[in-house]
Design a protein around this ligand. Structure first.
Ligand code: DOR
Ligand code: ZN
Length: 350
């Protein structure tokens, strides 16, 4: 990484370790937004129907590559959606062929398209044991879905009642705590060895729960896990900018058309693919940690996943305040870009 007095910063090209690309018209519209800045991304499997088998992941990968505009390069890293019917042998074969880089655990009912997720963890134990043997990571959506548990407590309760017992009962299982949102998430990630890591989104470094609820409800700031209190946001900023190998970027960029966000029962998700890198440069500069941005976006993720770092680079430069369009227009309808709520002076060059 090189940092110059003229306020430019050249990093190894970043990767996004948690991304929703969707399918069809939405895929076509959002893929270039990621491929413009990122070399690779871990692709979430929560399509309708979900990407459950190796064959489905291979077909989805082909649809992603077919949607990539001429002249852009991008490597989708595929995942399988863990269900109670997932076959250990199918997972092992999809891993052995190099197709699949992780398996995603959605507790049933936790979030968008999670109905096929896991209710009874004993039913998935054989798959998890196979994954521990072959070194294939489990990416967890870490929230319990129990009706009695307050939505702001669901991550902390998941850690204590699901994640910790699960890790103890399947020793050697590599786990990524996806999109952590709490001090408890940061502390638990730090308590593990090199078999445990956590991704942090861009938006959880910017918003707390007041941004969603004060002065009128802001549906474009609503995502899952929902943003928490300010002290949690500060813990996430400290973790992301620490340079510690266990923390890396997973944007969870999750596009939904405005009609479904601005709705009586609005969908969860912030669409951050377009402006994540400039916003992260702003955050890391504020924290006096520009020299650690590359670890977060480009080095720690490949190290955990056992992949080489990217050989190409990306340059960020500081200048005029950026004017992004408010919306990305797609054939499925407009998608509102994440608005950090303050001017951002960084842009990606080229
Ligand atoms: O906010 C979210 N949106 N969180 C998730 O876990 C899923 C995602 C989506 O797919 O829309
Ligand atoms: Zn997600």
């Amino acid at each position: 990484m090189t940092e110059n007095p003229d306020q430019s910063l050249t990093l190894r090209r970043p990767d996004d370790w948690h991304l929703h690309l969707r399918d069809g018209a939405m895929l076509k519209a959002v893929l270039p937004e990621t491929a413009r800045h990122f070399a690779r991304a871990i692709i979430m499997p929560n399509l309708v129907p979900p990407v459950v088998t190796g064959d489905q992941a291979a077909a989805y990968r082909e649809r992603i590559l077919a949607a990539l505009p001429e002249g852009m390069s991008f490597t989708p890293l595929m995942t399988l959606y863990l269900t109670e019917g997932t076959e250990p042998a199918d997972v092992a074969a999809a891993h052995a062929s190099g197709l699949v880089k992780a398996v995603k655990l959605y507790p049933a009912g936790a979030t968008t398209n999670s109905n096929s997720g896991v209710r009874d963890f004993d039913k998935v134990r054989p798959v998890l044991e196979t994954m521990a043997e072959i070194g294939l990571p489990l990416c967890t959506h870490g929230e319990v879905t129990t009706a009695e548990v307050d939505i702001f407590d669901r991550e902390a309760v998941f850690i204590d009642t699901v994640l910790d017992p699960l890790r103890r009962s399947v020793p050697g299982l590599r786990v990524v705590m996806e999109h952590i949102t709490t001090e408890q998430g940061v502390a638990y990630a730090r308590s593990g060895g090199d078999d445990l890591a956590a991704t942090i989104t861009t938006h959880h470094l910017i918003i707390n729960r007041n941004h969603i609820l004060v002065g009128g409800i802001k549906p474009h700031y609503y995502c899952l896990p929902v943003a928490k209190r300010e002290h949690h946001r500060l813990a996430l900023r400290a973790a992301a900018t620490s340079g510690e190998a266990r923390f890396f970027l997973g944007t969870d960029s999750a596009p939904h058309v405005d009609a479904l966000k601005e709705h009586a029962c609005g969908c969860a998700g912030c669409f951050t693919a377009t402006n994540t890198m400039p916003i992260l440069a702003h955050v890391f500069e504020e924290e006096g940690a520009l020299d650690r941005l590359e670890a977060f976006t480009s080095l720690n993720g490949p190290a955990f996943y056992g992949l080489p770092v990217n050989e190409t680079s990306l340059t960020l430069r500081k200048g005029e305040a950026q004017n992004w369009p408010d919306k990305l227009l797609t054939e499925a309808g407009p998608v509102t870009l994440f608005n950090p709520g303050f001017p951002v002076h960084w842009h990606v060059e080229g």
